[in-house]
Design a protein around this ligand. Structure first.
Ligand SMILES: [Zn+2]
Ligand SMILES: [Zn+2]
Length: 189
């Protein structure tokens, strides 16, 4: 069975070097849907709490919301950094509070203080799915990700490992010590 969560991401980007309108800087509201597959957790009669899928995903994907996503070789990047620097907002601002945890992977680096994500590949809907899966695959048993943005949409199916132990009382993932971070349930040895 599957538990499914969706959320919106508002971002700006462009396809550097692309022959088409998308080579110009523009924005989208993207809709990301993450499907988590596992057995039913009998204690709570659900696969995984949808609000917890959202929360886990949003912790990292917040980095893409109200953010500028540019490819690492895009000459707009140094230009934007220069403007943000002269404005004094490059390294954060008191009103830039809805920040995600910074991350750096093979595919992208997030700079939450500047609300910029620098990507290795062009940030198409396909690229966003690859990136999201890479960031969350160890935290959620993701079986499918769908991302729609304007008229573009893509989805990808993944094989799950079903080795994430869940709390029988509130359904969320237990930590490495076998303790539920939410309710304190402790797995019997
Ligand atoms: Zn676009
Ligand atoms: Zn719990």
């Amino acid at each position: 069975m599957k538990s499914i969560a969706s959320f919106d991401l508002q971002y700006a980007h462009r396809f550097y070097g692309f022959r088409g309108e998308a080579q110009y800087l523009h924005g989208h509201t993207g809709v990301m849907t993450i499907e988590v597959e596992d057995t039913i957790n009998e204690g709570v009669n659900m696969v995984f709490p949808c609000n917890e899928i959202r929360k886990t995903a949003w912790d990292v994907l917040k980095n893409f919301d109200h953010a500028l996503i540019l490819r690492e070789d895009d000459p707009l990047l140094p230009a934007i950094l220069e403007v943000y620097k002269s404005q004094g907002i490059l390294n954060g601002h008191p009103q830039n509070t809805m920040k995600g945890e910074a991350f750096k992977t093979e595919l992208a680096t997030a700079y939450p203080d500047a609300r910029i994500v620098v990507t290795k590949e062009t940030m198409t809907v396909e690229g966003m799915i690859k990136l999201t899966y890479d960031l969350l695959k160890d935290k959620l048993n993701i079986v499918k990700i769908t991302f729609t943005s304007g008229v573009n949409a893509a989805s990808c199916d993944f094989t799950t490992h079903n080795d994430i132990e869940r709390c029988p009382l509130c359904g969320i993932a237990l930590n490495e010590e076998g303790v539920c971070p939410k309710c304190g349930y402790r797995k019997k040895k």
